[in-house]
Design a protein around this ligand. Structure first.
Ligand code: SF4
Length: 256
């Protein structure tokens, strides 16, 4: 960990309740060994299929481009991730397992990959874990460029994701753990979920569902208007975004 990251981690620790970071450090400082429960979980997780069930908005896309959320909800085909993006996803998945196995082995996590439907089935997702004190946990990984901003404040979309999970699972506290893939630094944000937060995220989901019902796509983001921004090129739906004519192109797809 470099000097700047040490300062950043110290400042972050000073900002609030970093119970999971503390427990993880305790576990690492001892003689860490994975329990049979943790190994069984990892084995099952590596062979698991995507969550089945009715189509719904993804909790992990809360707060993201409304047009993209509705396109996915309708059933627009998304672009296949490139091998290098798949590699990034795989790294993230294994870093998740690392935290989950540590927490299960030490006992401060009681369940992992807990499926949920929130807001009367409008939103679905999986909570990465539940703590022994009943909080939702989500683990995120990022390279140094994004990690610095996430360490200062959690990404709003990630906050919306844990708000949906807390609403569905009847929890009021969430921990967001960010790990820097480049150097192993990590930090923690604790979110006390209020009724107002839940209502805001519920309203976003209802607006997306209404857009689908009205056969109306939310507008193209300003950033994506020119078609050459990082946001545009990074969107799985960018090839179909501009000029999508819903009634002509997607007649008959609405109830799938
Ligand atoms: S390309 Fe941009 S505006 Fe279009 S769906 Fe994706 S993020 Fe949204």
């Amino acid at each position: 960990m470099g000097f700047a990251d040490k300062i950043e981690a110290a400042q972050s620790h000073a900002r609030g309740d970093h119970r999971i970071a503390h427990l993880y450090e305790q576990w690492l400082s001892g003689s860490p060994k994975y329990t049979t429960q943790a190994k069984d979980f990892a084995y099952g997780e590596l062979g698991s299929a995507p969550m089945a069930g009715p189509r719904a908005l993804r909790a992990s896309e809360g707060g993201m481009c409304p047009r993209m959320r509705v396109m996915r909800l309708i059933g627009f085909r998304q672009a296949k991730p490139t091998p290098s993006l798949q590699n990034i996803f795989a790294t993230g998945s294994f870093l998740h397992l690392k935290w989950q196995m540590a927490g299960l082995s030490a006992g401060w996590l009681t369940e992992c990959e807990v499926p949920f439907y929130a807001f009367d089935g409008l939103v679905r997702g999986k909570a990465d874990a539940i703590t022994e004190w009943g909080a939702v946990v989500d683990f995120k990984t990022a390279g140094s460029y994004f990690y610095r901003s996430f360490a200062a404040a959690p990404k709003p979309a990630h906050v919306d994701q844990v708000i949906a999970a807390c609403s569905a699972l009847g929890r009021t506290k969430a921990h967001l753990i960010y790990e820097n893939k480049d150097n192993g630094a990590y930090t923690e944000h604790v979110i006390d979920v209020t009724d107002e937060m839940i209502e805001r995220v519920r309203t976003d989901a209802e607006v997306a569902a209404e857009a689908k019902a009205a056969k109306r796509l939310p507008p193209i983001l300003e950033d994506c208007a020119s078609g050459d921004s990082r946001q545009f090129k990074g969107c799985f739906f960018h090839e179909q975004c501009h000029g999508a004519d819903l009634t002509a192109t997607f007649e008959g797809m609405w109830d799938k």
